[in-house]
Design a protein. Structure first.
Length: 104
């Protein structure tokens, strides 16, 4: 598991437990990745985008595989803010900003 992966998984379970969600596909992207995992945006009933929240809090990082996607600008801005404020995986006391690809 990637650095901060357990914390991210635990946080995501906490956010989603007991929640009804809406999954939004992106017509610019495939519905699954090369490993067969479903790709979707996860919305809560209160209108919050779970994917964006995870990035903003430093539990995930933005990744553009090939073609820009619907919320890329928001995800990139959220990651930049998380990096600036050293949240989650961007904290020098956790992963020191080193992600699975080794990038900072």
């Amino acid at each position: 598991m990637q650095c901060f992966g357990i914390a991210a998984s635990d946080h995501t379970k906490q956010v989603l437990t007991g929640q009804s969600v809406f999954l939004e596909s992106d017509p610019s992207q495939s519905s699954t990745d090369r490993y067969g995992r479903e790709l979707a945006y996860v919305w809560l009933q209160d209108g919050s985008l779970v994917n964006l929240g995870l990035i903003a809090q430093g539990f995930a990082h933005e990744y553009t595989y090939d073609v820009p996607y619907r919320y890329r600008d928001q995800f990139q801005a959220a990651e930049a803010d998380a990096r600036t404020h050293q949240r989650g995986l961007w904290s020098p006391t956790t992963c020191a900003g080193v992600t699975d690809s080794g990038s900072r």
